[in-house]
Design a protein around this ligand. Structure first.
Ligand code: ADP
Length: 452
């Protein structure tokens, strides 16, 4: 940034300096030219009074060093010149100042000498006799004035460079100071933008910052929860194993304890599986393999898989589907429907029912899992999607729940750009609707990052 500011400064200043010098020189030189011609005019007027007199030639030749005096006949032939032999000179009929003097009475011209560093100024006037008197003087040309200015320009530029470096240093520091300050205070939530142009960046950074902190907190919380959840079955397992080992368990007790060990071990497995699944989906590298899947077919498969469970709980399972093909990840769809149906059975009442409906509605496909179970109170409806949140912990555990089922559902829905809505009433039942976009899932990273 400092370098850029400095380069910009140097460019602007150089342009300004060069332009000023060029213009100033041009103006001064113009004035100088005017003065020069004015002087020549006066000289010519004076000399005109003596032209033709006897002493003229002598006076003209005395002036040789300061002034060149030429007399041209109306034909253009040079009849006198105080610096050259008139006879050797060619016709001056084409010289601009002579042409002008012949026609208008006076004329002027400036011609560069061969060396360019000098110019000759001419002034010519017509005498009463019809002859033309021309006076000329040499002087430095505008080019040599410029050439002389080059070292000055260089010195000025060097000085400017030094000044620029200083200014750029100060300016960048001043410009960056608030930005650095802001960056340091970002953590404290001080989002006031010093420059309005930076507002979008700041809010974006602040938002990301919040996200990172939230995400980190959730990870820590999740790890703590997982460890806690793993502890209970492991404690049970080691307790029963100890009892068997010490010989305190006898006969059929051993069988019962072994059963308990098996039950807790399988609970551990389910917990670990669910945890691994969530972690996989959390990973940024996690890829969803999209394909055309028929939700009705998957729902049918899941329902028949769960028939045994439903029968055990004395719950009837009903399926009402129409073919509905969407772009989705097959395994994830199976998990989503399975988790919803499994919950609808587990949190049901004896003799209750579960209805799974797949209903295409224009561009969308609705998956509705409705049960006549225990229902969820208003205040718990939002929270049940959180990881490890269970309304009734003992019931959840008794039925093999981990508290992660709905978190996985929410995650999968987000990965597919689907919306979840819940309608539930305590004692009457619950209905969960997942609405998919048929065109398939526009994967939305923010949604999938939204840990539950
Ligand atoms: P769990 O493994 O405990 O079932 P979930 O994440 O699937 O975990 O569900 C979280 C909690 O939400 C459950 O513990 C239960 O209290 C409640 N819940 C989920 N589905 C239903 C339902 N269909 N009816 C009543 N309560 C439900």
């Amino acid at each position: 940034m400092r370098r850029k500011i400095m380069i910009n400064y140097v460019q602007v200043l150089t342009a300004a300096i060069v332009l000023t010098i060029v213009l100033m020189t041009l103006m001064t030189y113009n004035m100088f030219e005017e003065r020069m011609v004015d002087d020549l005019r006066v000289d010519a007027r004076v000399l005109a009074t003596i032209a033709g007199t006897e002493r003229a030639e002598q006076i003209f030749s005395e002036l040789e060093k300061e002034l060149r005096v030429t007399i041209v006949a109306p034909s253009g032939a040079v009849i006198y010149d105080n610096r050259m032999e008139a006879i050797r000179m060619d016709s001056h009929a084409d010289r601009p100042e002579i042409v002008s003097a012949m026609t208008h009475g006076e004329g002027r011209d400036i011609r560069d000498s061969k060396t360019l560093d000098r110019s000759t100024f001419y002034y010519a006037m017509r005498l009463e006799s019809g002859f033309v008197l021309r006076v000329a003087k040499e002087s430095t040309s505008i080019w040599s004035v410029y050439a002389r200015a080059v070292p000055l320009i260089l010195v000025l530029m060097l000085a400017m460079l030094a000044v620029c470096a200083l200014i750029a240093e100060r300016l960048t520091q001043k410009l960056l100071e608030p930005v650095v300050e802001m960056a340091q205070h970002l953590k404290e939530g001080n989002e006031a933008a010093v420059y309005p142009e930076m507002e979008p960046f700041i809010s974006m950074i602040a938002h990301q910052h919040e996200e990172i902190i939230r995400s980190a907190n959730m990870r820590v919380e999740f790890t703590a929860n997982v460890s806690h959840e793993l502890k209970t079955p492991l404690t049970s397992i080691s307790g029963y194993a100890e009892l068997i080992e010490s010989g305190m368990a006898e006969g059929e007790m051993i069988g019962r304890f072994a059963g308990e060990i098996k039950r807790n071990a399988s609970r551990l497995l389910t917990l670990i599986n669910d945890t691994i699944r969530l972690s996989q989906m959390d990973a940024t590298s996690f890829e969803v393999s999209m394909e055309s899947v028929d939700l009705a077919q998957i729902a049918g498969q899941v329902v028949s898989q769960l028939q045994v469970n439903a029968a055990k709980m004395k719950v009837s399972l009903e399926l009402e589907t129409q073919h509905a093909v969407i772009e989705a990840d097959r395994q994830m769809m199976e998990e989503l429907i399975y988790n919803l149906c499994d919950n609808a059975i587990r949190y049901n009442v004896r003799g209750g029912s579960v209805r799974v409906e797949i209903r295409p509605v224009r561009e969308r496909v609705m998956l509705i899992v409705q049960d006549t179970g225990i229902g969820i109170s208003k205040e718990n409806q939002e929270r049940v999607f959180e990881r490890f949140y269970r309304v009734d912990k003992s019931r959840s555990k008794a039925t093999g729940g981990t508290g992660l089922g709905l978190a996985i559902v929410k995650h999968i829905a987000a990965k597919h750009g689907a919306q979840i809505s819940m309608d539930s009433e305590l004692g009457r039942g619950t209905s969960i609707t997942v609405s998919f976009d048929r065109k398939g899932a526009q994967m939305r990273q923010e949604d999938s990052d939204d840990h539950i």
